[in-house]
Design a protein around this ligand. Structure first.
Ligand code: GLN
Length: 498
């Protein structure tokens, strides 16, 4: 048994039972990564010498009963991958862009500090759509990412490298970031678990900003329990991020056990009709598997209640207006002087700015900067940006109203079961289509999880991944963990009986 195939929980159980070591886990993971270069899921792998040294120290500390959390904490010896828009000291942080091709971060993001303090082995940095802008993992300067679960398809995006790495067992778990679905959508496409926490639950300090009012970092894992464990480690107030919440972090793993032991008795699950309409062109496999998952939750004690989120149709346009406007402001700092790629060909200061930005950014990023600049400019601000802020309020109120009658809401995490490598001309249309299922949660700041709900045979030629998205009121991630764990447990059980 190769240790890289195990979940965090399985790995920890083996460590505790003395059946595995951190050195073995690290060695198996590095060997798997070395074999899987075709997937293009990593941009940078950490130095194997340093990782193995850390693993040796962890094994020695376990033997000697040390109380140093960096060596014996909840993730001691667990290989974790980090999306390459999150800073890790001493490693390159490229954001998938030529602009930051050679940027080595001088500091750790708060989530990275917390992972290190819990003993995690940070194995490397994963590929992503440039500056996290995209839905298909096709816009990275470092190339298209392959879906290890589906032939000729991408893993979705923008956290496609993290999703692919988890799905192909190149790490036990990974961190992604989600501005408009970038954790949940690739999780659905690769049949793993991905959760976008409530806005403010996790510090954004050290995350390269795309749209600051929407961005959140979150776990991408093989199981629901692993997502709970990882979120417990990274969540909580951080004085470096004024938007991070001071609310205490609950023990999310208790909610997981509750979901496994007592199901979802009494839980009311809202089914918003706007996410299931015929006109949405939802893949029939997605439709039928979501239906089956909802029936399973019903048998475990939940009540399904149809409801309406009437402003859903405005979500995608609202999101793209606000996200582009914030991106145009956030990305202004990459000018070749303060940050980022500097052209070799400038004669004047203006040339320096223009050429550095023209060479450093790819097409999709430029498109968003231009769009965002337009949205914020005099004359257009009222017509577009202010309207979008108003629509954002209406979308948020839809959820507030809905949660007066239900505990959580269920929708597909993605309308498609596979993203066969898209034709460049149709890409933005289908991206718009896919984003529609995810972006409302970011606009409203709500937590949402994608749980796999199709049994796969691990044959990339026939498998069709599907993710169920569950959404909860702000700071009620516990409800998501309970329902997701219940569903995962029931699915595993029926697979065992088949
Ligand atoms: N697909 C969306 C976009 O391109 C979401 C990206 C994200 O969540 N980072 O904007």
């Amino acid at each position: 048994m190769k240790l890289n195939t195990l979940s965090i929980t399985e790995l920890k159980n083996r460590f505790d039972a003395g059946q595995a070591t951190a050195v073995q886990a690290t060695t198996d993971t590095l060997a798997a990564i070395a074999k899987a270069t075709e997937d293009n899921s990593f941009i940078t792998i950490a130095s194997s010498e340093k990782l193995l040294k850390q693993a040796e120290q962890i094994d020695a500390a376990r033997q000697s009963g040390s109380d140093d959390s960096r060596l014996t904490g909840p993730l001691a010896g667990v290989p974790i991958a980090i999306k390459d828009n999150i800073c890790v000291r001493g490693l390159r942080t490229t954001a998938g862009s030529r602009m930051l091709e050679n940027f080595v971060s001088p500091y750790d993001a708060t989530v990275v500090e917390r992972l290190k303090a819990a003993g995690a082995i940070l194995i490397g940095k994963t590929n992503l759509d440039e500056f996290a802008m995209g839905s298909f993992s096709t816009t990275s300067f470092f190339g298209v990412i392959k879906n290890p679960r589906v032939a000729n398809a991408t893993p979705g995006g923008s956290s496609g490298g993290s999703a692919a790495a988890v799905a192909a067992d190149l790490c036990a778990a990974a961190l992604g970031s989600d501005t408009g679905g970038s954790i949940r959508m690739p999780a659905a496409q690769t049949c793993i678990v991905g959760i976008k926490p409530t806005y403010g639950r996790v510090s954004r300090h050290g995350l390269i900003a795309f749209a600051s009012s929407l961005d959140q970092i979150g776990p991408m894992t093989k199981t629901v329990e692993d997502a709970a464990i990882l979120l417990e480690v990274i969540a909580g107030h951080d004085p470096h991020d004024a938007t991070s919440s001071t609310r205490p972090v609950p023990r999310f793993s208790d909610a997981v056990h509750q979901g496994i032991e007592s199901g979802v008795r009494g839980m009311k699950i809202g089914i918003p009709k706007e996410y299931f309409e015929e006109s949405l062109d939802i893949d029939p496999v997605v439709r039928s598997q979501i239906q089956k998952a909802l029936e399973r939750l019903e048998t475990a004690g939940a009540t399904l209640i149809e409801l309406s989120l009437p402003h859903t149709m405005y979500a995608t346009l609202t999101y793209h207006t606000i996200a582009a406007a914030e991106a145009s402001s956030n990305l202004a700092r990459f000018d070749g002087v303060r940050f980022g790629h500097r052209t070799a060909d400038a004669n004047t200061l203006n040339d320096l700015y223009e050429l550095s930005r023209a060479e450093g950014f790819g097409t999709e990023v430029k498109r968003r900067i231009l769009l965002g600049t337009l949205m914020l400019s005099t004359g257009y601000y009222d017509r577009y940006f202010r309207k979008a802020q108003q629509a954002r309020n209406l979308i948020t109120h839809d959820f507030t109203r809905a949660f007066q009658g239900v505990d959580i809401i269920a929708t597909p995490a993605s309308p498609c079961s596979k993203f066969v490598l898209p034709d460049a001309n149709t890409q933005s249309d289908s991206a718009f289509h896919a984003d529609r299922f995810n972006v409302a949660c970011n606009l409203a700041g709500l937590p949402a999880i994608s749980v796999p709900c199709n049994a796969l045979t691990r044959d990339p030629n026939t498998d069709q991944p599907v993710g169920l998205q569950l959404i909860a009121p702000a700071f009620e991630e516990n409800r998501l963990f309970q329902a997701a764990a219940c569903l995962e447990y029931l699915q595993n059980q029926s697979r065992r009986m088949a």
